[in-house]
Design a protein around this ligand. Sequence first.
Ligand code: BES
Ligand code: MN
Ligand code: MN
Length: 465
Amino acid sequence: MEKQTVKNYIEANKDRLLNELLDLLKIPSVSADSNYKADVLKTAEAVKQRLIEAGADKVEVSSTKGFPVVYGEKLIDPNKPTVIVYGHYDVQPADPLNLWDSPPFEPVIKKTAIHPDGAIFARGACDDKGQMYMHIKAFEVMMKTNTLPCNVKFMIEGEEEVGSANLGPWIMENKERLKGDIILISDTSIIANDIPSIDAGLRGLAYMEVEVTGPNRDLHSGVYGGAVANPINILCKMIASCHDENNHITIPQFYDKVVELSAEERAEMAKAPFDLEAYKKDLNIEDVRGEAGYTTNERTGIRPTLDVNGIWGGYTGEGAKTVLPSKAYAKISMRLVPNQNSHEISTIFQNYFESIAPQSVKVTVKPHHGGEPVVVSTESAGFKSASLAMEESYGKKPVPTRGGGSIPIVALFKKELGLDSILFGFGLDSDALHSPNEHYGLFNYYKGIETIPFFYKNFTALTQK
Ligand code: BES
Ligand code: MN
Ligand code: MN
């Protein structure tokens, strides 16, 4: 075969590259819902098959206590660096289904104002099947055009959306096999399709579930109402007390370890283009709201938060039922920033929440999964390689940003493997990840496939021993 350029190869295989992703999106790999167990496993097998077809060796579906990790590698030269690609093949639940304009696992291509070339609408289109698959296709392109400059290992997991609890142990058992120089991840966003950016950090997470118990049974709200604590009323009050009028979190010690950015660092961050009007318009809100003294980008990037993710109890069915409920529940998550620690914050929250409960109720606090925040040095060879790669394919230097979301395993890669991760995302925040009508731009998909090989080339050159 004649030596083809990456761009030509993508162009010549455009439809196939897309159709393969659409097929993958048709399998509902919802890791949170046990009804989809067979589909999650089927997706792992499909990813394995795609890695084999793309030219990877030693491809296997490697079991864990939960869903398996798909591993594959191409080792071309022990004297060349090794890029370890991480991604996830599981997706968030699609609920609420009635808010989707088309079924979540029947991908369709539609044009939008932000994606005039079209976007793929399906659960997982952006997070993370679309972005993960770009790496398998970029690898295929490099194999087929004889341009793979270094070694590559793939580690694609199936439990990211439920906290990656079994990936840690898997990494410990596979340390030998995971020797490498950098972790490359596409599971974050850029600012806009004409404003490339790279996250130089991610927030951590502490996720709690609280239960407030009042009387030993649901009561008639007329017979007892006014005399017995209503756990839902109490829970709402307790939650409301977690923020003051400036939207600072009131929990003692909560901010103790938060790294405050210097005025210079904040000025640097403020250079990232941000259109507040477009932001509000996209969300159909009249105003934003957050911690006083910080900009929207700072509120999501460098400041911790506390949010209720769900709250329930009492009667929520049709019509009215006059009940004073026995129990109230809430799921509460806190996004963490350097140097907060998820275990410490969980304890701090638990102590506080128990301490503010009135005598009339009992409170239990149960921590769920968590994850630590990360920062990536913009001076590292990995970051520079990614930055240069985007510059080569977008024709513009990417802006360093801070991502508000979390990928809990990234901190563990550093701790257990000693490896930095590069957050080489190509999605948009407006792509509705975790929401109904999730989508991923065709432009973004193809641009990702085109940009990734530049990373390999740059990283190989910059780390040449
Ligand atoms: N891909 C996201 C994380 C993300 C999205 C980071 C956009 C930055 C920008 C990931 O799949 C995710 O949703 N993570 C979860 C954490 C997990 C423990 C459920 C999150 O951030 O809520
Ligand atoms: Mn993701
Ligand atoms: Mn996600």
